[in-house]
Design a protein around this ligand. Structure first.
Ligand SMILES: Nc1ncnc2c1ncn2[C@@H]1O[C@H](COP(=O)(O)OP(=O)(O)OP(=O)(O)O)[C@@H](O)[C@H]1O
Ligand SMILES: [Mg+2]
Length: 469
C-alpha cells in the first residue's frame, strides 16, 4: 500500500510545500537565532561596561557609607555592585559565590536595605549563575567602552549572558560588578512558530486547490481514454486550459482521430478484398464446372465453396466492424440468458447458470455476437455448452465451458488468428471458416477486455473478461 501522501496528487503537492516551508524556516531560524542572541548579549554587556565605568567615577571620592548606598541603589534586575577592601581576583572561583549571593537578593530588599529571608534564595534560574561553571579566570578588560582611568579586569560567564568586573579605586578599595541575565524563552521564537503554522495551513489549502485544478482535466481525460478503449464514439476534447493541459488534449484528440482512421482503413480494405475476390471466384467456379474429370472437379468445387464462405465471412466481419453501435447500459444476465435460450431453441444443447442482475455498459449486439461465437464453438466441437457469469466491482467474467476434445496448449493462441482451424476441424465437416474466435477477441478488445482459453480437463474453458469502467 502506498502512503497517502504519495498516492494522491494533492498529498504530493502539499507534502512538498510543507517540506520546503519547514526547511526554509529552519534554516532562516538557525541563522537569525544565533546572530540575534549575539546582538542581544553584546548590547547588554556594553551597557553594563559603560555603566560600571561611570559608577566608578561617581564613587571614587565618596565616603564609605555613601558609597555603599549609591552602589546598592545602582542595582538593576540583572546587575549588582559592591565594594571590597581587597583585590577580589585572587578569590578565584569563590568570587562567583559572592556574586551569586548578591544577585539572589531581591531588588526591592536591596533598595530598602533589608536583609533577605532565607526562603528567597531558592530562585532556580538565578541559582544557575555559578552551577557547573568552568572557571575561566580574570583577564584585563579590553573594551573601547571602558572610560575609567584605571583598567578593569573581567571574569566572563562562559556560555551565558553575564560577566564580572573588578575595578581598583584610588583609595585602595575595589569596585565589584556582576551582570547576569538568565536565558528566557524568546517571544520572537513563539511568534515565528505561530506564523510558520499559519503559513503551513495556508500553503496546504493552496496545495489542495492547485492539485484539484490539475487533477480535474486529468480525470476527465482518464474517463475519455476508458471510453475510447471501449470503442465508444467520443466528441473531440475541448482544447482549452493551461498550455500543458491543452497540449495533452490536442495529443489525445489526434490519437483518437488516428485510431479511428486506422480501424476504418483496415475495415475498408478487408471489405474490398472480400468483395473483389467474389467475382473471380464465381468465374473460376463456372469454369471448373465445365471440367470433364468429375472426381477432380468435385474436389475443386468443394475448395472453391470453402473460399467462397471465407470471403462471405470476411465481408460480414468487415460490415460488423464498420457498424457503429451505440454503447448502452444493459442487464447482462438477461442478455446472456436470452442468447442461450435462442440457441437452445435452434436445437443446441446450451445451459445457462442463473446469476444475479448485472448492470453493464457495452455495445449489446457486439457482445451477443461475441458470446454466440464462443457458445457455437462449444456446441459444434463438444456438443454441449455451459454459460455462466460472475461480476466484481471492476469487471465481469463470462465463462463458456465444455467437455469436448479441447484445444492443445500450444495452439491456444493460434486459434485466435483469422482462418486458423485445428487439423481435426479442417477434416471434419463442421463448417466454420476460422473467423469466430478472431471476431470474438476483436469485440472483447474493443470493450477493453480479452478472451483467454484454458483446459477444462477434459474440454475447453473460455473466459471472457470485460472491465466495468
Ligand atoms: N470449444 C472448442 N473445443 C474444441 N476446439 C475448439 C473449440 N473452439 C474452437 N476450437 C478450435 O479452434 C478453431 C478456431 O475457432 P473459430 O471459432 O475461430 O473458427 P471456426 O469455429 O472453425 O469457424 P467459424 O468462423 O465458423 O467460427 C476451430 O476450428 C476449432 O478447431
Ligand atoms: Mg467458431
Amino acid at each position: 500500500m502506498t502512503a497517502w501522501w504519495r498516492r494522491s496528487l494533492g498529498g504530493q503537492i502539499v507534502s512538498l510545500m510543507l517540506v520546503a516551508l519547514l526547511a526554509g524556516q529552519a534554516m532562516g531560524f538557525a541563522l537569525s537565532w544565533n546572530s540575534r542572541n549575539t546582538a542581544l548579549k553584546t548590547a547588554a554587556q556594553s551597557e553594563f561596561i559603560s555603566r560600571t565605568a561611570t559608577l566608578a567615577e561617581v564613587i571614587e571620592t565618596m565616603p564609605d557609607d555613601l558609597r555603599r548606598d549609591v552602589l546598592l541603589a545602582s542595582a538593576t534586575t540583572s546587575t549588582r555592585f559592591w565594594a571590597s577592601s581587597a583585590d577580589p581576583r585572587p578569590e578565584g572561583r569563590n568570587w562567583y559565590a559572592g556574586a551569586r549571593a548578591y544577585l539572589l537578593e531581591p531588588l526591592s530588599d536591596i533598595v530598602n536595605d533589608r536583609s533577605p529571608p532565607e526562603t528567597r534564595l531558592a530562585d532556580g534560574r538565578q541559582a544557575e549563575v555559578v552551577r557547573n561553571k568552568a572557571f575561566a579566570g580574570w583577564s584585563p578588560l579590553a573594551s573601547p567602552l571602558w572610560t575609567y582611568q584605571t583598567p578593569a579586569s573581567v571574569l566572563p560567564f562562559e556560555g551565558q549572558i553575564g560577566m564580572g568586573l573588578a575595578v581598583p579605586l584610588p583609595d585602595g578599595f575595589w569596585l565589584n560588578a556582576v551582570f547576569y541575565k538568565p536565558r528566557q524563552t524568546d517571544a520572537g521564537m513563539v511568534q515565528s512558530l505561530i506564523s510558520t503554522f499559519v503559513t503551513a495551513i495556508v500553503l496546504c489549502l493552496f496545495g489542495l486547490i492547485s492539485a484539484r485544478l490539475i487533477a480535474r482535466p486529468l480525470r476527465a481525460l482518464t474517463e475519455a481514454a476508458e471510453a475510447l478503449g471501449r470503442g465508444e464514439p467520443l466528441p473531440a476534447r475541448p482544447e482549452s486550459g493551461p498550455e500543458d493541459i491543452r497540449n495533452l488534449h490536442v495529443a489525445f484528440n489526434r490519437m483518437q482521430e488516428r485510431l479511428h482512421r486506422f480501424v476504418a482503413d483496415r475495415t475498408r480494405m478487408l471489405a474490398a478484398i472480400g468483395h473483389d475476390l467474389r467475382t473471380p471466384l464465381t468465374t473460376l467456379r463456372l469454369r471448373v464446372e465445365l471440367l470433364p474429370d468429375t472426381d477432380l472437379r468435385d474436389k475443386m468445387i468443394a475448395t472453391l465453396d470453402e473460399m467462397h464462405r471465407m470471403t462471405e465471412a470476411t465481408l460480414l466481419f468487415a460490415k460488423g466492424e464498420a457498424a457503429t453501435e451505440p454503447t448502452r447500459n444493459i442487464e447482462l444476465s438477461a442478455l446472456l440468458e436470452s442468447l442461450c435460450d435462442d440457441l437452445a431453441e435452434t436445437g443446441f444443447d446450451v445451459a445457462f447458470i442463473e446469476a444475479d442482475k448485472i448492470t453493464f455498459r457495452c455495445r449489446p449486439d457486439a457482445i451477443r455476437r461475441c458470446v454466440r461465437n464462443l457458445v457455437e464453438n462449444a456446441v459444434r466441437y463438444a456438443n454441449k455448452a455451459t454459460v455462466s457469469v460472475v461480476a466484481t466491482a471492476q469487471s465481469v467474467e463470462i465463462r463458456v465451458d465444455d467437455h469436448g476434445p479441447g484445444i492443445p496448449e500450444d495452439e491456444m493462441q493460434q486459434v485466435f488468428a483469422p482462418f486458423y482451424r485445428l487439423d481435426r476441424s479442417r477434416n471434419a465437416q463442421t463448417g466454420g471458416v476460422g473467423l469466430g474466435l478472431a471476431i470474438a477477441r476483436a469485440i472483447a478488445q474493443q470493450h477493453g477486455g480479452d478472451i483467454t482459453l484454458s483446459s477444462n480437463a477434459p474440454g475447453l474453458h473460455v473466459s471472457l473478461v470485460l472491465p466495468r469502467a
